[in-house]
Write a protein that binds this ligand. Structure first.
Ligand code: 5GP
Length: 118
């Protein structure tokens, strides 16, 4: 399946729709989820067009991969999330019910997050 340039996160990256930016670097953007499932619910996305995790890891440059994970780590450190704990989730494809077909990691924290799968 080819990348859909009209997915919501592509529009956010083109500044066609607003988002609440948390932080960014050359290759990755972090913004608040519009429908938060926890007190902290941040989405981290690569700035280039990758639909899912395996596409990203297979095709991205080392700089893109490093920037992506460093941005997540920067947010974790800035908010001291390592103290209370946090969860990182990436839904990929139909069995995971991925809604937006641009790779995104969910960073969830700020309360006990319960079981991983209900
Ligand atoms: P998925 O189910 O694909 O893993 O997660 C997609 C996430 O994107 C959901 O948590 C949903 O709330 C979030 N989302 C959908 N549309 C928008 C939007 O327009 N802005 C922001 N900030 N988040 C969105």
């Amino acid at each position: 399946m080819t990348y859909d340039k009209n997915n919501i996160f592509a529009k956010i990256l083109r500044n066609e729709i607003p988002c609440n930016i948390v932080d960014q670097n050359a290759n990755a953007l972090a913004f608040n989820d519009i429908s938060p499932r926890a007190p902290i619910h941040i989405l981290i996305i690569p700035k280039k067009e990758y639909q899912n995790f395996n596409e990203f890891i297979s095709l991205a440059t080392k700089d893109e991969i490093i920037d992506f994970y460093e941005l997540i780590n920067k947010i974790i450190k800035k908010n001291k999330l390592y103290e209370s704990g946090y969860r990182i989730i990436a839904n990929n494809g139909s069995n995971a019910n991925q809604e937006v077909k641009h790779l995104h990691y969910h960073l969830l924290a700020g309360k006990n997050l319960g079981l991983m799968i209900n």
